[in-house]
Write a protein that binds this ligand. Structure first.
Ligand SMILES: [Zn+2]
Length: 371
């Protein structure tokens, strides 16, 4: 009798060392389709529509994160960073995509791409290369979705924008003025002829929200590619600048949709806050070395952990008992501590019974333990 057999119908489990040996030989491509399968079930479970934004589109946030770092342990796919003292730091980075919506608490991981060591290339080359591998896979897995890729300024350049266009993907990409001299120059001219639109809102706190937008702006000095542009500035009550950013997009920007587009652009932080930070600090211990292996164990362990987080996010969206428990406890970390403690001590008949046991005081009292 064990919780694995009662709750998950798993009868035999190898020892952890044997588990690592087995998993080290598993190829990530054998695990990645599971994310697609989970997503298809979410789709048929009618919870996907909750994520719709910008007239029925879906925001796919894309960002990188580091999940392993060591000066001692390494594997053949470790990235290497030379330190100032001459030593080498080994690390693993991933490029991840998650579905999110402004103002909506859950994020749904879609897929991840490993940023591998490639001879003679720097980190930025690798991020872009990982994205080039990821994009076709993403489109093949979700051919019927109206996807908007939301990402940082690293991607707002002609070759990557062309790649997105070739795959029929929409985009909202940060475009910092310092990185886009040609675009800025073009905007200057367009502003002079009155082609740059703008709106201003003042909120109840007296803060000013300034929006500007312009369509058909040159992304590069050769004017080979035109794109649409919008910006946002927040001026606090004291007159000081609170926030500013600008983006490029293929979507036509109007006075009617510029505020929503800014919301979508700003939602990029959600993959950092609600995806990566949860994995790091809310009980998933993603930066812990679960085993490094000789081959791909590190990335396989990352994917399995990400899969667990994905399932938990779906449960938060769908499972009434878990929703009640999360509301009662108020923190994911504490919720998992309580669940883990109980399954370490007792055998439960089912997952439903376990959650009911934590939620229902009367049920717990009926199990008054005596010596
Ligand atoms: Zn490694």
């Amino acid at each position: 009798m064990s919780n694995l057999s009662t709750m998950f119908q798993v009868s035999k489990v190898p020892k952890s060392s044997q588990m690592r040996t087995i998993l080290d030989a598993v190829l990530p491509v054998e695990i990645l389709p599971v994310f697609d399968d989970v997503f298809r079930r979410v789709d048929s479970g009618k919870i996907l529509h909750k994520f719709r934004f910008l007239s029925g589109r879906y925001l796919f946030l894309m960002d990188t994160s580091e999940y392993f770092s060591s000066k001692k342990r390494s594997c053949p796919s470790c990235l290497q960073a030379k330190q100032q003292d001459g030593s080498v730091r080994f690390h693993h980075n991933i490029l991840q995509v998650a579905l999110a919506k402004p103002g909506f608490p859950q994020v749904l991981p879609i897929t991840a791409e490993e940023i591998c060591q490639e001879d003679g290339k720097n980190k930025q080359d690798c991020e872009i290369n990982a994205a080039k591998r990821l994009i076709p896979r993403l489109v093949a897995s979700h051919p019927h979705m109206d996807i908007v890729i939301v990402a940082d300024g690293l991607y707002s350049h002609v070759p990557f924008v062309q790649l997105l266009r070739n795959h029929g993907l929409s985009f909202i990409l940060v475009a910092k003025p310092d990185d886009h001299a040609a675009l800025l120059e073009d905007l200057k001219g367009l502003r002079e002829v009155g082609a740059v639109g703008g709106i201003e809102r003042t909120d109840r706190k007296g803060r000013r929200h300034l929006y500007e937008y312009c369509n058909e702006v040159s992304l590069r000095s050769d004017a080979e590619m035109k794109t649409n542009w919008f910006s946002y500035r927040l001026i606090n009550e004291d007159g000081k600048l609170g926030y500013e950013n600008s983006w490029i997009t293929d979507l036509r920007v109007t006075a009617q949709n510029v505020e929503e587009l800014v919301e979508a652009g700003r939602s990029r932080w959600k993959i950092e806050n609600e995806n990566f930070n949860t994995l790091k600090n809310q009980g998933y211990h993603i930066e812990h070395n679960f085993g490094h292996g000789e081959k791909r164990l590190s990335f396989v362990m990352f994917l399995l952990n990400l899969l667990a987080f994905t399932i938990h996010q779906i449960l938060e969206l769908r499972d009434v008992l878990l929703q009640r428990l999360y509301k009662k406890i108020g923190s994911r970390k504490e919720m998992w501590v309580q669940i883990r403690t109980l399954v370490n001590l007792f055998v439960f008949d089912s997952w439903i019974f376990l959650l009911s046991f934590i939620l229902d005081k009367r049920l717990r009292r009926s199990f008054h333990l005596t010596g």
